[in-house]
Design a protein around this ligand. Structure first.
Ligand code: BGC
Length: 943
């Protein structure tokens, strides 16, 4: 379990022991095999580069990948300035012993004269299902000295239909006959098991498992792996993912037992607002009944193999989990526990033979994303009793996850746990904003000493936990909060001179993690939790600064691609289990995620594979947009959310639609260029110019003002390159004036806000950007912080101390306190305020251009890019400005030092003009630009 602020790969060079520990934590047994490999590998290399964080398809030591030409990557660190990789050599072997002897029987890339460290495609022997690949990389530094990495690993999953001997199985339960709008249908979890004997000595064993629904795999009484909510959410009609586990250490010679607990999950349970808006169907969108598939493959020391595969020979029954639904919660009756059901020797006499489940119509593929896990445990900071017998626990921050309950009492006592993000003034739990999400867990005691329980197949968004039904007075140890999310590794740090803004950064992180839950959900608490595409595209760069979201978005982009509508538009959320009657399932600024996110992933990670995969769909989306256009302007027709949750005067939906259309065309031209589609590149460039012309005619006045005078209209027009060159500055001035006249506060909503910040800094209005950033009057980020927020709120006015929820007007149901969208200011914090950006794809060429304004005294920011850790810290002194920059090995940077007087700029003690370590490029605006290589640089700029 990691602390959200910890575990940065660059912070300390990891010792082999640490690497082994990490590997072991992540991957069970094969860590031991890797240790053998580590010990066997004779290092004896003395290069100045250290090679770390080896990954395959963005994952550390993945088991069972689907791709037979995966992309490999590593990170380089060095203490030296201007250090580079001049060549690399990748060795891939089928056993650790072979790798230790440098016998690369799968692939020896040979010495490649290249500085490439990521997106390198495996080009060795054709890989087959189940192949194991041990690999390492050697790198040459600038003076030809060699360094070698530790050993990393990947294995190939089951690639062919014929590899699967297992059948989909389930346990049929009574169908629902009630009124679907009046009554919840929450069937019990199903338990499936099989005993089997292993007669020989075991060498290794893997399980491949999946479910239409959610499964927890058990082997000899233990949970297999540490992931939850497997196998994740997809459009199950198109593809279902399986997970691979190494279970060698869980098996023994003789009698064994394998089992699975199966719940409805996204497949068969309640999803989103279907019940709230009374759709024809309110649950079971992909199927009525969940099923499981699992295949245990054991290899014995004599080389023989045995497969234990799910089939109708497995036994099926019910158990203590009486209800299990993501939105509604879990009911656990401990009196019904079948002790030992997942262990050998269990008497399954009362169980039935498993039923065969549905046959799959889509693909069965290895999970490519980031597994949901228990990330952190939190003890409550306070317990109150607003009403006799009703206890409220405050976890101190608004998280997504569950709680662990520790109770004792009489058999049959029923403990009810409810969840809320806020309290009413009388101290009671506020649940109005959960809408139809029941978000209630119930535990029925067996009456045997201290009973400890946590749910498996539900999660909630909450800071407060209400517990009722206890016969004994609880204390703070009764409840433990368990934070859950896709285990994306934190990539940023940020502190500055304002405590408010430091809290804001923490709130952004908390809310990002709470919503990156297999898909990027809008919110984790109410009956929604959908992968809204608009929120995700607006936030995607912020997300990538804060965490390594490469694999996470790779997985979700597949969902977006699978959700592409028949006429070419990308959906408003993905996966898209239903379409609301009379609602169009696409929208400007939402559907555009299908182009914007792959484009951003290309910029941030240098990923061209995602572009290539999605390109045909992107073109169809562009054709669709053009087909809807009048001239080259898109109407804001259909289901268009406009500048969602803006305040005051609205920006027209037409303007937003056309601005995004133009932005898409601009990106498409660059994407086509990158994919060597020259003709397309020219076509989209031309399209962009045409939209730009029509847009100017429709929306702009000759003095650079817009016909629609809103912050969002200016911000989009400037950000998306829609202003003619000669009117840009005027446009920015109009925006700045409008904000000043509004008391340095926003009136923009989801769509405009982050662009306002980016544009202000681009056009030199840094003081204004900082005044918005540090603002605490409504509406602002600071307003929520001074009102005690620990997360990002859905609305500017979600809560005030004086007037309560939503300005006191209504206790609106649509009022989330964990909505990452407005947190998209993180993009400005890192790319503008601290000034860490990429020049071209993948942070190979870095830009450090701090935008410093009035309001803050210092800022320290770091970002673990795909090429290593970048730092930009600035600090104002009485007579000087200090700038501390760290540039990772094997990259170069242009550092924009904020002064044009080079005689006043020193690096260390040396005037910059006299340094031999870097060169001066020239003056750019108010900056002196330096060209530097890797290393740590300390600048002082005298006033
Ligand atoms: C969600 C948003 C989403 C929106 C579409 C809401 O219910 O919570 O974040 O983008 O619908 O307007």
């Amino acid at each position: 379990m990691r602390n959200l602020t910890g575990f940065c790969y660059q912070e300390k060079a990891m010792s082999e022991k640490q690497i082994f520990r990490n590997l072991k934590k992540r991957t069970f047994r094969f860590g031991r095999v890797l240790l053998v490999a580590l010990l066997l590998s004779a290092h004896g290399f003395s290069g100045n580069l250290s090679v770390e964080y080896l990954r395959c398809e963005y994952l550390v030591n993945p088991l069972g990948i689907q791709n037979t030409t995966p992309r490999l990557s590593w990170i380089l660190t060095s203490e030296e300035r201007n250090q580079v990789q001049t060549a690399y050599r990748i060795l891939v072997s089928s056993t650790p012993e072979k790798l230790a002897n440098n016998n690369a029987d799968l692939w020896d890339s040979g010495k490649m004269e290249s500085n490439q460290t990521n997106q390198i495609v495996y080009s060795g022997k054709q890989l087959q299902s189940r192949d194991e690949c041990y690999w390492k990389v050697r790198v040459w530094d600038k003076s030809g000295a060699v360094s070698e990495s530790s050993v990393a690993y990947w294995s190939v999953g089951l690639l062919n239909y014929s590899d699967w001997k297992a059948k989909w199985i389930t346990h049929n339960v009574e169908p629902f006959t009630g009124d679907k709008y009046e009554e919840l249908y929450l069937p019990p979890a199903r338990y499936l098991r099989k005993s089997f004997k292993l007669g020989k000595q075991i060498k290794s064993a893997k399980v491949y498992a999946s479910a239409l629904g959610l499964y927890e795999l058990r082997l000899n009484g233990q949970k297999v792996g540490d992931a939850c909510f497997t196998p994740g959410w997809t459009d199950y009609n198109k593809r279902v993912y399986y997970n691979t586990y190494d279970v060698t250490d869980l098996l023994k010679a003789g009698e064994n037992a394998i089992g699975a607990i199966l719940a409805d999950g996204w497949y068969a349970g309640y999803i989103g607002y279907a019940l709230f808006v009374k759709l024809d169907k309110v649950r079971g969108f992909y199927g009525e009944s969940p099923s499981f598939i699992g295949q245990l493959e054991v290899t014995f020391t004599d080389g023989s193999k045995e497969i234990i595969a799910s089939s109708e020979e497995w036994m099926a029954g019910l158990g203590p989990i009486r209800e299990a639904d993501i939105l509604m919660g879990e009911v656990y009756d401990a009196r019904l526990e079948n002790t030992g059901w997942d262990q050998p020797g269990f008497n399954a006499e009362n169980w039935e033979k498993a039923d065969l489940g549905l046959k799959l119509s889509g693909a069965l593929e290895a999970y490519p994303g980031v597994l949901v896990k228990h990330i952190e445990e939190i003890q409550p900071i306070e317990m109150t009793e607003p009403e006799k017998g009703t206890y409220i626990f405050n976890l101190g921050k608004n998280i997504a996850g569950i709680v662990r309950l520790k109770v004792s009492g009489e058999k049959g006592e029923e403990v009810t746990i409810r969840y809320g993000e806020m309290l009413h003034n009388d101290g009671s739990l506020m649940t109005e904003n959960l809408r139809k999400a029941r978000a209630t867990d119930t535990y029925i005691l067996k009456g045997e000493g201290v009973e400890i329980w946590e749910p498996r197949f539900t999660y909630h968004g909450f800071q407060y936990v209400e517990v009722t039904g206890l016969s004994q007075k609880p204390d703070l140890s009764t409840i433990t909060g368990i934070v859950m999310n896709s285990d994306t590794r934190q990539a940023s740090t940020f502190t500055c001179s304002s405590e408010m803004n430091n809290q804001l950064y923490q709130n952004i992180l908390t809310t990002q993690f709470a919503n990156f839950f297999d898909v990027p959900t809008d919110c984790p608490q109410r009956d929604e939790r959908l992968g809204w595409t608009g929120d995700a595209q607006l936030y995607s760069v912020s997300a990538a600064y804060n965490a390594d979201v490469s694999a996470f978005f790779t997985k979700w982009m597949q969902d977006v691609d699978d959700g592409q509508l028949w006429y070419g538009a990308y959906p408003i959320f993905a996966p898209i289990p239903y379409i609301r009657p009379y609602h169009v399932p696409h929208s400007p600024a939402w559907s555009d995620a299908g182009i914007i996110i792959p484009y951003n992933m290309y910029k941030i990670y240098g990923d061209t594979l995602l572009l290539r995969r999605m390109y045909p769909g992107m073109k169809r989306f562009m054709d669709f947009q053009l087909s809807e256009s009048n001239g080259f302007l898109r109407p804001g027709s259909g289901n268009n959310y406009g500048d969602w949750l803006s305040l005051g005067k609205e920006t027209s939906k037409d303007l937003i639609a056309s601005a995004y259309f133009a932005y898409d065309a601009k990106m498409m031209s660059e994407i086509a260029q990158c994919l060597n589609q020259e003709e397309d590149a020219a076509y989209y460039q031309h399209l962009f110019q045409n939209i730009k012309k029509d847009y100017a005619r429709q929306y702009m006045n000759e003095d650079g003002s817009l016909k629609e005078h809103t912050q969002t209209a200016y911000a989009l027009s400037l950000y998306m390159g829609l202003y003619p060159e000669n009117l840009k500055e005027q446009g920015a001035a109009f925006l700045a004036k409008m904000i000043t006249e509004n008391g340095n506060r926003f009136s923009s909503g989801f769509i405009g806000t982050k662009h306002v910040m980016l544009v202000l800094s681009d056009f030199g209005y840094n003081d204004l950007a900082y005044s918005l950033f540090t603002q605490t009057e409504y509406p602002s980020w600071g307003y929520s912080v001074v009102n005690g927020s620990t997360s990002i709120w859905e609305r500017w006015n979600s809560y005030t101390k004086e007037t309560g929820f939503l300005g006191g007007k209504t206790r609106s149901a649509m009022n989330s306190f964990s909505h990452y969208s407005f947190g998209a200011v993180a993009e400005w914090m890192f790319s503008k305020a601290a000034g860490i950006d990429t020049d071209g794809p993948g942070f190979r060429k870095i830009i450090i251009k701090p935008s410093i304004g009035e309001g803050l005294q210092f800022m320290n920011a770091s970002y673990n890019s795909v090429n290593g850790r970048i730092v930009s810290n600035w600090k104002k002194g009485d007579d000087r400005l200090e700038l501390h920059v760290e540039i990772p090995a094997n990259t170069s940077a242009q550092i924009y030092v904020p002064s044009v007087e080079r005689k006043k700029i020193r690096e260390g003690k040396t005037l910059i003009g006299k340094s031999n370590d870097f060169s001066i490029v020239g003056i750019n605006g108010t900056y002196t630009v330096l060209q530097v290589g890797s290393g740590v640089y300390d600048f002082t700029i005298e006033k």
